[in-house]
Design a protein around this ligand. Structure first.
Ligand SMILES: Nc1ncnc2c1ncn2[C@@H]1O[C@H](COP(=O)(O)OP(=O)(O)OP(=O)(O)O)[C@@H](O)[C@H]1O
Ligand SMILES: Cc1cn([C@H]2C[C@H](O)[C@@H](COP(=O)(O)O)O2)c(=O)[nH]c1=O
Length: 216
């Protein structure tokens, strides 16, 4: 594929969405290639419908494997509708979460098992992994405290899950990062927002020096 695919990962409240709003224009200023920003679950019409079902706080009884399949289904549709066409056009695809989220949240957090979750996702993504993943590292107590402070009334079904779930997600992310040291680079997301943005942009520019050439 002629484009480049970068995903952003981390526990709830790590600050990905906030940082991406600044990362995108900073990167765009450094390249003539068009940058497309999207998110998971969601990012396309059908996937956003699946997102609503998954995150609905009233669906407390949702089975863990149903949840894993819904995330994988949303991902498949997002891949087909947005990611692959963007990459085929030679653009830069930034995705707020991708397959590593399922490994950490459903594989580790829900205790389905990372291999089982990787298997259903391999069916969904057919080998299309990001070229680079930026992992926003923040402990669950810090991440959830941020969400409770700023968005307590809008917490979704996953964010409302028990602390033990979020701790398993965090531990599982650490394993995913350890197992993919070439693809996944870590940013200390406990830092001030502007420093987090600066570190992420630096990693991306260093990885693709021939793409982000402007303003040097
Ligand atoms: N570096 C930071 N320091 C302190 N607070 C932050 C920082 N980055 C983001 N926040 C705040 O933390 C909250 C969560 O941030 P954000 O929604 O960007 O996280 P996220 O990683 O996208 O989380 P989620 O995956 O749960 O949606 C927001 O209220 C945001 O203002
Ligand atoms: C892609 C993906 C996401 N999740 C979880 C992570 C978050 O708690 C929510 C998504 O909300 P956000 O505000 O858009 O980050 O869903 C997951 O459990 N598994 C996944 O594959």
């Amino acid at each position: 594929m002629p484009g480049i695919f970068i995903s952003f990962e981390g526990p709830d409240g790590a600050g990905k969405t906030t940082a991406l709003k600044k990362i995108m224009p900073l990167l765009q200023a450094k390249t003539d290639k068009e940058i497309v920003l999207s998110r998971e679950p969601g990012g396309s019409q059908i996937s956003e419908k699946i997102r609503k079902i998954i995150l609905d706080i009233h669906d407390e009884e949702m089975d863990a494997r149903t949840e894993a399949l819904l995330y994988a289904a949303a991902r498949r549709q997002h891949l087909i509708d947005v990611i692959l066409p963007t990459l085929a056009e030679g653009k830069i695809m930034l995705s707020d979460r991708f397959v590593d989220s399922s490994i950490a949240y459903q594989g580790g957090g829900r205790q389905i098992g990372t291999k089982e979750v990787a298997d259903i996702n391999n069916f969904a993504i057919e080998g299309h992994l990001p070229d680079l993943t930026i992992y926003f590292d923040v402990t669950p107590d810090v991440g959830l405290a941020r969400i409770k402070k700023d968005h307590a009334g809008q917490m979704d079904r996953l964010e409302k899950a028990a602390m033990s779930f979020h701790e398993r997600v965090y531990d599982s992310y650490k394993e995913v990062v350890r197992d993919n040291i070439e693809r996944i680079k870590t940013v200390d997301a406990a830092q001030a927002p502007d420093k987090v943005v600066q570190d992420a942009v630096e990693i991306i520019v260093q990885r693709f020096p021939n793409i982000f050439t402007k303003g040097e």
